[in-house]
Design a binder for this molecule. Structure first.
Ligand code: 4NP
Length: 148
């Protein structure tokens, strides 16, 4: 799960997907494309909205995407198109590129819609982001179970 800072959207996506899958079967992590917040906890507003729905993301710490992540993960979900461009330009390898997808394409195929960045907005923005990521993660789980 990838966003810009790894403190608002992708920590929620990581926590939500982990809450729906068996951790002994899947490696689920999140990171940012930027180095802005490396080592930081998720934004308090993300921690609070996750907690409201019974998910604890408070022990997560921000990291930055690295090239070796292409080797570790089968699916790389980005929150917005700017994240997509930043990740895609790191590789010329087609096998790497096809792993990268907008997470909202799991709800609205091929539309490449953005999960809006709630960082500069209100608490409601975090609720909206939680709900869209929860719906997208439900579809990811269905897809993974179908493929296995
Ligand atoms: P995120 O939100 O990419 O969802 O973690 C942001 C967090 C921090 C900044 C931008 C977006 N920032 O500019 O510091």
């Amino acid at each position: 799960m990838v966003c810009l800072g790894n403190i608002c959207r992708s920590p929620l996506a990581e926590g939500i997907l982990k809450s729906k899958l068996n951790s002994s079967q899947y490696i689920i992590e999140s990171c940012g494309t930027s180095s802005y917040h490396i080592g930081n906890k998720p934004d308090t507003r993300s921690i609070d909205i996750a907690k409201k729905y019974g998910i604890d993301i408070s022990s997560q710490r921000a990291t930055q995407f690295k090239l070796s992540d292409f080797k570790v993960y089968d699916y790389i979900y980005v929150m917005d198109d700017s994240n997509y461009q930043n990740i895609i330009k790191l590789t010329n390898n087609t096998d790497d590129k096809i792993k990268v997808n907008h997470i909202l394409n799991e709800l609205y195929p091929d539309k490449n819609l953005d999960v809006p960045d709630p960082y500069y907005g209100s608490e409601q923005g975090f609720e909206d982001v939680f709900q869209m990521l929860d719906r997208a993660c439900k579809n990811i789980v269905l897809k993974l179970k179908k493929n296995n």
